[in-house]
Ligand binder design. Structure first.
Ligand SMILES: *Cc1c(COP(=O)(O)O)cnc(C)c1O
Length: 393
């Protein structure tokens, strides 16, 4: 019950045990095409270019940024947690000029602050996290794409922690690239990064390649950057591989493709609305249970992710000892925290296959017992009762 990786859905594990196929076997390319179709509704998009980058979620982030951003380009990072810092780290290696618009950990960045920062910095790309697991906050993204496009910028969104658990509305947001991973709310293992790319972003990326080859593409923008500084993460080459051209790039990670496909089939089988409602119920139940124990939640209520909850470690309690007791006594893992929140909060996930009522109730009961073992006094049984009520609400 941490913030990911979490338990995989058993069907995903079974799908991964299927035998391998040749990468141009029609059965294999058929699965690749299915994956493209399956992930469009999950991303909330009609983008043709919806596919997988092989590697963990970070591979998707790096592919997006290295393909969109040329050295010297200004990029505005919407920074409200650890993963905003990661965007900056990757952009720094690309040689981008990095500007940030920041919120304190536990809050999100208001849209008008982003608008003012776009005005001030005239970025080529705006990069943001959707749900930053480090702070458990979800950045509202409606209207952001329009702001970016009006200023001539492209919008990148890291939705690793929310894909499969909270609604992604890539088209409505106007996002140009959105990336994810399997190991949070999609209920799969880490190692595959679903990605969706708008036509606008794909044009930009293909144009960069043509510039590099010295060919003037139709409608090529002046000042397009130098060649994409990565072979493995060059989205132009990855799109060619996923297109009818099937130009060989890497060898698609076959077992991970099976996993990604099964994650999506399970999700669409459940239904998007039902899936998001289940995560919201899990979040309500977890929050109500923790509060009924007398604990204080971290961060703004209005912007809470529905799949991970931050809670202050109570005064006088050793957070690591409780986590160890949870694992050793109950075989339940809960999350620690990073940076300024280390030692101050726990992060308790309810993601994908774990966003189930019985798992929430067992976790709350176990936490109550472990806190009691540490000598912390709290109302007996209140958490589970409150959580049952909140789940139904
Ligand atoms: C977990 C997470 C990542 C990192 O994913 P990896 O699969 O470890 O590369 C990136 N961004 C966010 C928002 C995450 O929650």
């Amino acid at each position: 019950m941490g913030p990911g990786p979490v338990n995989a859905h058993p069907r995903v594990l079974r799908a991964m045990s299927a035998d391998l196929l040749g990468q141009f076997d029609p059965e294999m390319t058929g699965y690749m095409n299915q994956v493209m179709a399956l992930y469009r509704p999950i991303f909330g998009t009609h983008n043709r270019w919806t596919m997988l980058v092989d590697g963990t979620a970070r591979a998707g982030i790096e592919a997006a940024l290295v393909s969109l951003v040329a050295p010297g380009d200004t990029v505005l990072v919407v920074n409200f947690g650890r993963f905003g810092l990661l965007l900056g780290e990757i952009l720094g290696r690309i040689g981008a000029v990095i500007e940030t618009v920041d919120a304190p950990w536990g809050e999100v960045v208001p849209l008008d602050a982003i608008a003012a920062a776009i005005e001030r910095t005239a970025p080529k790309v705006v990069a943001t996290i959707h749900g930053d697991t480090s702070t458990t906050m979800a950045q509202p993204l409606d209207g952001l794409g329009d702001l970016c496009h009006a200023a001539g910028a492209l919008l990148y969104v890291d939705a690793t922690a929310t894909i499969g658990g909270m609604e992604l509305a890539s088209d409505r947001w106007g996002a140009d690239i959105v990336t994810g991973g399997l190991q949070k709310c999609l209920g799969g293992p880490s190692g595959s990064a679903p990605i969706t790319i708008s036509d606008r972003a794909a044009d930009h990326i293909f144009t960069r390649r043509h510039t590099e080859a010295g060919i003037r593409a139709p409608g090529m923008v002046d000042g397009s950057g130098p060649r994409i500084g990565s072979n493995y993460f060059d989205l132009a080459m990855i799109m060619d591989y996923w297109s009818e051209k099937r130009l060989n790039h890497h060898t698609e990670a076959t077992s991970m493709l099976y996993a990604a496909r099964e994650c999506a089939r399970i999700m669409l089988g459940e239904g998007l609305e039902a899936r998001y409602a289940r995560h919201a119920a899990a979040s309500r139940a977890m929050s109500a249970g923790l509060r009924a124990m007398g604990l204080t939640l971290f961060g703004e209520d209005a912007h809470r992710m529905t799949n991970v909850t931050g809670v202050y470690i109570p005064e006088g309690v050793d957070g690591d000892r409780v986590r160890t007791a949870m694992r050793e006594t109950f075989e339940i893992e809960i999350g620690t925290a990073f940076g300024p929140l280390a030692g101050r909060i726990w992060r308790i996930g309810a993601m994908g296959y774990n966003a189930m009522q019985h798992k929430i109730l067992i976790t709350l009961g176990a936490l109550e017992a472990c806190l009691r073992m540490e000598g912390y006094r709290l109302p007996a049984g209140a958490a589970v009762t409150a959580a049952i009520e909140a789940w139904r609400a």
